[in-house]
Every structure is written in structure tokens, then in C-alpha cells.
Ligand binder design. Sequence first.
Ligand code: HEM
Length: 397
Amino acid sequence: MLNFNPFDDATRRNPFPLYAQARREHPVYRHPDFPIVSVFRYADIQAILRDPQTWSSHFLPPPGFDPEQMPEPSMLGQDPPQHDRLRALVNQAFTPRIIRRLEPRMYEIADELFDDILEHGEVDFVDAFTYPLPVIVIAEIIGVPAEDREQFKLWSDAAVADLGTGLFVPPTPDRLQRIRNLLGEMDVYFSALAEQRRRHPREDLITGLVQAEVEGSKLTHDEMLRMLVLILVAGNETTTTLIGNIVLELLAHPDALVQLRAEPERAASAIEEVLRYASPVQLDPRRATRAVEVNGERIDAHQIVISWLGSANRDEDVFPEPERFDIARTETRHLAFGFGTHYCLGSNLARLEALVALRTLLARTRSFERTSDEPPPLHPSIVFRGVTALPLRLVAA
Ligand code: HEM
């Protein structure tokens, strides 16, 4: 019997034995306490994510909720063809050039943060590094003043705090009101910036979004606001979690750290292995648009199905010795950034930020260790697997 409760803290810290059991015995699992079906095998998950006609990203309001009351979904919550139009428009603005251009600046920011860290010696590494690096970078890409960073943190934290919970337990009217208030605040902020850029274009993402046009179609003002909020929220917490997980896995696997210090050119492949082995985003939900079978199990129309990316990434049918952390692994087809239509828009940016972070950590330190044996606090959302604080002692190189 599988007993998989995604809200259980011990399970969230180490879900992997349960994932392995689920893949073997219950690849399609009906949760006894929630109206949710979970799917655990790589092949099933890939098939779901590659078929947006059958598996919608657009969730219906819970019973009893007025659709008018629900916040307008961003691109992440839309299906083709609406999704593809938005994605084509954002692709015009969020270009590889914008990211490449920022690379030297990313090293500068990382070095400045390390100057402070090494001066103190002991820090909360989340506070001192894994949080500020992505938020400074995304603020510069979007084109917002650096002083507004603290406000960004408040918004991002509020937006993702209980992300995913609504899939299992319907949101309360109070929670919906809080989301609407939050979106309202962000809208006011970004509206003012967009208005400035219409009059005085700059080389930044807001200007790109204001100007983007595909086949005569432009983003409406509301669509642009939804997109900025999505990028702000999707880009921060995820990358913070990835960089934290890199540090945690290197501490848990000292041999890998020794190998990496001897061969720093393996940094990019070490990052792929952390994405696979300790995926920052563990789950990816879809709604069945019709009755359908998954692995021989019937799924009714409108059923919410959760794909456990963290389990797919440990699937023995794809990854030899999947429970081994191996920074030299050659099979790297992990699903940490999703798959198909909604494949992560920011994957290249996240990879580059992680590389800058890891290279700077290796270059600037002789050693680093945890200062407490207590398990670090878990991220409050079940979507993420990572920590919100990581006290470290770091010794300069
Ligand atoms: C380690 C870091 C990151 C991880 C693990 C991650 C993970 C993901 C995943 C799993 C999806 C697919 C969701 C789905 O299938 O419904 C996704 C989509 C998305 N991500 Fe990321 N992400 C990361 C960083 C970023 C960054 C830095 C940005 C922005 C700058 C970003 C922006 C987006 C957007 C806009 C989407 C929606 C794409 C669409 O609907 O077409 N992500 N991400």
C-alpha cells in the first residue's frame, strides 16, 4: 500500500523512496484524502506534458466559485492557441541576447555579494546570496529600479507561499481576495513603468513587451501585466531554490565537491545533475479535457492530474542508477524545466545564473560548511523542494 501525503514534512524532505515505490506499484495513484490523481513515471509524464489538447493547463474554478471571481490566468495557465500567441510575443522580448548581455554583470553581482559574505564568514546563505542574485538579475532584465528589490521579495513570497495547495484544497474566498489584492498592487506598479517605457523606450524587457508584435497582434495592457508578474514570480523562487540545492547536494556529496574543485569545467554538468536529482519544482499539474487512459488507468474528464517531475527524474527506465548523485552523468534528459508547450521560458537564464553562482562559490571559497545540524526550514509551498534558510560558515580561498 502506498501512503503518499505531499503535505507531510518528512515526505517532502525525502520523497524519493515513496516515488520509487509509486513508480513500481502505483504509477497512477488516486489520493485517498484529496480529489487528485498523481502520476510518477517519466514516460507517462512526458506523454501528458506533450499533449495540451488532452491535458489542459487551464483550471476550472472550484465548485461554488464564480469564474468572474477567479484571477485571470497568465500564459502558464493557458492552452494553445492562446498560449502560443503569448509565448511568441514574449519570445520577441525575452531574447537570448538580453541574457548574454547580462553575463558579465551577473559575475559582478555574485562577486559583490561574496565580498560581503566572506567579510562576515558566517551567513544565512539564502539571505546573503541565493535570494538576492536572481532577484537583482531579474529586476535588471525587466528594467525596474534596484531599490525596489525588497518590494519584489514581498510580492514573490506572497505569490508562491501556498502555491499548489489550491490543487488539493479549494481556495477560500479570503485567499482569492488576497491574490486579487496582490495582483492589483503589482499591476499599479508595472502600469506606471510600462507607461514610462512607451514614452521613453529603453533596452529592457518592459520596453520589449510594450513593443512586441506578432502577425499584427500585440500584447494588451492586461496581458503584458500578467506576463511581467509571471516572469517575476516564476524566475525568482525557482532559481533561488536551485542555487540552494546545489550547495546542499555538494555538502551531502563531498566526493562530488572534491571532483568539482579538481575539474571546475564540470560545473555545468553538475548543475544538470542537481536539476535532475534535487529538482526545485517537484510537481506540474494538468486537467484532463476528456476521459482518457494513463498507464491503463481510466481518468475522467476534468480530473486534475499531478505529474511528479521529481519522480520522473529518478525513473530507472531513463536514468541508470537514478538514486546516485553523479556530476559526470551523460543521460541528462531530465524534466526539471517541464516539457513541451510550457517548457520553461527562463531555463537558459536559470542555468546561467546557477553557473555564475557555482563558479563564484568554487573560486572564492576554500571551504564551506553548515553551522547547524538542524534540518533547514522547508519552502512553504509543496511545488518547491528547497529550503528558505541555510546558515553556512565560508572560508575565503
Ligand atoms: C531553476 C529554475 C527554474 C525551474 C526549475 C523552472 C521550472 C519551470 C517549469 C517546470 C515550468 C513548466 C510549467 C508547466 O509545464 O506548466 C516552467 C515554466 C515557466 N518558467 Fe520556469 N523555471 C525556472 C526558472 C525560470 C526563470 C528564471 C524564469 C523567468 C525569467 C522562468 C519563467 C517561466 C515561465 C514564464 C514559464 C511558463 C512558460 C509557458 O507557459 O509557456 N522560469 N518553469
